[in-house]
Design a binder for this molecule. Sequence first.
Ligand code: IMP
Ligand code: MG
Length: 183
Amino acid sequence: MKSHNIQNILFSEQQIRKRVDELVVKMAGDCRSDNFVMIGILRGSFVFLADLVRDLYEHDIHPRIDFMTLESYGRGMVSSGTVRVTKDISVDVGGADILLVDDILDTGRTLTFALQLMKDKGAKSVKSCVLLDKPSRRAVPVKADYAGFTIDDVFVVGYGLDYDSYYRELPYIASVTTVEDDA
Ligand code: IMP
Ligand code: MG
């Protein structure tokens, strides 16, 4: 039987806290639009977005906030990953300055799709913020405007990121490995 192990902690709660504060200082200037909307890509972004918006509040920034659920199919299959919307946003983003928030930028397919979707909906500008960036995995050339930490090609969990829907509640980010159990 296969199970999985939390291996080592890559970023502690304190390190994440400090980095989120730094990102917010950097992005605050860009958020001073009178039509500013933050959109979290579910499900992995919910913890990160919750920390960002409470930090932005300290900078007197008051966005409209919405979420959308994107799911990708075909990951791991050569150049056939496609993304679809399973829950769309409900705010009107016509003319808005949008900040997309995601947990991790991996192949880049999800973010590329989300950026285009927001443009198609008539956004005035679209920027992006991810907590983690795995540039070595990129299949589509896309960069986030703000990225917390760059990591190697390891599978990570915690702070919103999951393995099979587990571990999202961990306050830190850790790598996870699959192990063969003894019979
Ligand atoms: P992309 O479209 O390949 O960039 O996919 C990004 C999505 O894949 C993220 O929003 C995560 O949901 C998921 N993902 C990619 N790498 C990891 C990881 O190491 N741990 C957990 N989820 C991951
Ligand atoms: Mg995700």
